[in-house]
Design a binder for this molecule. Structure first.
Ligand code: TYD
Length: 402
């Protein structure tokens, strides 16, 4: 698929090579049928939008066996509780206000609004996670969000005070359709709030593993402002987050309905100064990605030379990009430890490294462990503190991270 955002001048930055579906954990018997696409990224200079230039059909990524559950991290559960409390405090004025979450997953965020007595709705295309949310007693539609879908949401049309999302908007290829849908649902004073991994953090950390099929866009304040301006929305506030290794929360409203926080122009100015609209910045990022690949392979080869057994920790979507870009397979990494029942017993996409129960990590730890869930470092290091105490060595593809 190609991106359809109103931009025909996307400049290619780099290819990460052939990639499988990031969350396509598979059984041994399916190895020969695995789907691959060429993962390339580019920049639309007009919008400053960093994007995949080629990606699989959304139905191949989000379906009834989607193996990502928001609930899998304690830290993220707490983060969503605080996010919901903040939304209630800042934007919910009375019981007639309505809220919609796009991409509600298992309802981890939305369940925090249950006691508010306000009407809420979650929308998610992946049947298995939507069912978990439904079973919590939440009002859920199992569907992709689209402008067409709003035709069946009369009670929310022009009456919704808040539409929110987290780590979801970058999954939606058709931003035009998304914003048209939002426009139909929001009230005059309604706000659209979403948070996503931040382009600035990805560039600084060289955390190129944020790039995978589901992350069609890696947003910045500049790109969000420019894209939404096309539809008469403006960025009124912005809040940096530490989640997912550096994220940004964006607050958008119809033009001239709210005053703009001074933080918005400050961050827009900083991004401009750092060259976010300039292809040179991304060419440097490309060089850093290639260097990072070399460095990680050196680290791994050094461990193997010393006869160390290497494991991976957390079978994240991000790990698919690292393993396939760096051509690391089960000859180098024995297994990946993970808590998700839907991933345990399967092979990692492309690299075909067995995923095993993270309980095994305590019983038979490797000598060296590549931390794929680096964004959950504090939570994982606390849980697995005996590993380092007993001489185990954590490594990461991010330089100076551990
Ligand atoms: P996340 O960074 O949210 O993944 P993604 O890159 O797919 O967005 O991490 C979720 C994955 O990490 C999930 O497979 C469960 C795993 N995980 C563990 O195995 N142990 C842990 O302690 C944590 C926090 C996550």
């Amino acid at each position: 698929m190609k991106c359809n955002i109103t931009n025909k001048n996307v400049k290619e930055i780099m290819s990460f090579g052939k990639m499988p579906i990031a969350n396509g954990f598979l059984n041994e018997k399916d190895k020969s049928n695995e789907y691959f696409y060429e993962m390339t990224v580019g920049l639309s200079p007009d919008l400053g939008l960093f994007q995949l230039t080629n990606f699989p059909k959304v139905e191949m990524m989000f379906h009834d066996k989607y193996p990502f559950f928001t609930n899998s991290s304690n830290y993220m559960r707490n983060h969503f509780k605080e996010y919901a409390e903040w939304i209630s405090k800042e934007f919910i004025e009375n019981n007639s206000d309505k809220i919609i979450e796009i991409g509600c997953n298992d309802g981890t965020m939305l369940e925090n609004f249950k006691n508010n007595k306000i009407e809420s709705l979650g929308i998610d295309p992946s049947g298995n996670v939507a069912k978990i949310a439904k079973d919590k007693g939440l009002n859920i539609i199992n569907s992709f969000f689209s402008e067409n879908l709003t035709d069946s949401l009369n009670e929310f049309k022009s009456k919704t005070k808040v539409i929110c999302a987290a780590n979801v908007i970058c999954h939606i290829p058709d931003l035009n359709d998304l914003i048209k849908g939002i426009d139909k649902l929001l009230s005059k004073k309604g706000v659209f709030i979403f948070e996503e991994p931040y382009l600035g953090s990805m560039i600084n950390n060289v955390s190129y593993d944020q790039i995978y099929d589901e992350h069609i866009y890696i947003f910045s304040a500049i790109s969000v402002e420019k894209v939404f301006n096309l539809y008469d929305f403006e960025l009124i506030d912005i809040y940096p987050q530490i989640t997912h290794g550096g994220s940004m929360r964006y607050v958008l409203a119809r033009k001239n309905e709210y005053s703009k926080s001074p933080k918005v122009n400050k961050i827009l100015g900083e991004e401009l100064k750092k060259g976010f609209l300039d292809i040179d910045l991304y060419m440097k990022f490309k060089l850093n990605c290639l260097r990072s690949k070399e460095r990680l392979n050196d680290l791994i080869d050094l461990s193997l030379k010393k006869n160390k057994r290497i494991g991976g920790y957390a079978a994240t979507s991000k790990s698919t990009t690292i393993l396939n870009f760096c051509s690391i397979n089960s000859n180098k990494i024995d297994c990946i430890y993970d808590t998700t029942p839907e991933k345990i017993g399967k092979l990692s996409p492309g690299a075909h490294i067995p995923v095993i129960d993270s309980e095994e990590f305590k019983i038979n730890p490797p000598d060296t462990c590549l931390l794929f869930g680096w964004n959950h470092k504090n939570e994982i290091f606390e849980k697995e503190k005996n590993f380092a105490l007993n001489g185990g060595k954590w490594i990461s593809h991010i330089e100076n991270f551990i």
